[in-house]
Design a protein around this ligand. Sequence first.
Ligand code: Q46
Ligand code: ZN
Ligand code: ZN
Length: 313
Amino acid sequence: MKCRTCGRKAAVNMRQHKLALCKEHYLEWIPEQTERFIKKYGMFTHDEKILVAVSGGKDSLSLWDILNRLGYHADGLYIGLGIDEGIAYSSESHRLADQFANEHGLRLHVVDVEAEYGHTIPVFADLSNRGKGRPCSVCGMTKRHVMNRLARDLGYDVLATGHNLDDEAATLFGNTLTWSKEFLVRQSPVLDEMNGLARKVKPLCRFYEKEMTAYALLRGIEYIYEECPFSVGSTSIYYKQLLNELENERPGAKLIFYLNFLEARKNGLFAPQAQALPVMHSCPSCGQPTTAPDECSFCRMIAKVKADPNIPA
Ligand code: Q46
Ligand code: ZN
Ligand code: ZN
C-alpha cells in the first residue's frame, strides 16, 4: 500500500475511505478533517473558549492535541471519579492527563469528586441506590453536572468531548432499536447552548475508533489503554461489536448509518414538537437547568447521602 499523497509506504490503510496514507500525511489529514467538521457543523470559532473533557483515554487526549495544533483556545478538564477496581484506573488516567498537559504547556482543570462532594463515584452509586455495582448512571450525571458547572463558572463558550464514530453509531443503534425519539432528536455533533448550559460539541464524531487509535499511536500520545472497568459487559460495547461485524463485511457501513441519520435529522425526520419539549427551570441549589420540579437529580443525590445518619461524611 502506498500513500495517496506522496507515494511512500503507507502507515494507515482506511478501507472505509479507500484511502491509504503515510505517517506524515496521516498526521496532517486528521486535523484537516477535524477542521472541516468543526466548520461544517458550526461547532466553534477561533475566538471562542473551549473546555475539553479529558479522561486520559486516546480520544480525548487526541482531541485536545488536534485542537491545540489547529490553534484553538482549548483548556482541559479532568474529573477524578475515584475508580480503582484493582487497576488504579482513575489515578493512572489522571497522571496521563497531567503529563500531556505539562508536555504541551496546556492548562488542565481538575475536579476530584471525592474531595469536592465527599465520596467517590462507586461509593455514591452504592449509597444512593442508583446503581449498585454499576455506577454509570451516577457517573454520567456527575460528569455532566461538573462539566456544566466549570464551563459556566469559568466562562467557557463550548464543551468538547472526544466521542468518536463508534461511540455515536452505537448510541444511534441503541436509540433506533427502541425508536427513542427524545434521544434521536438530541443526538447531534453540536448541541446548542440551552437554558444557560454551554454548547456541547463532538469534533471527532466522524472518525472511526481505529483512526483515533492510529492517530494517538503515531503522534506518540501516551494514554490509558484500559477501558473503565465498569464498562465491561455494557450494552454499548455489545452494540459496538455488532456494528464492527457489519463493518467488516461492508466497509463504510458504520459511517453511512451515522451520516444518513444526520441528514435525515437535518431534513426534519425527528423534528421536536413544541409541546413535547420539557419545561426547564433552575435548580434552587446549584442553579443548573433541570426538568425536575425542585432540585436537580445531582443535588438530590448529594442531599440524600448527606442526610443519611448511617453514612459517615
Ligand atoms: S460512565 Fe461508567 Fe464510563 Fe463512568 S463508571 Fe466508567 S464506564 S467512566 S464513560
Ligand atoms: Zn505521504
Ligand atoms: Zn442542582
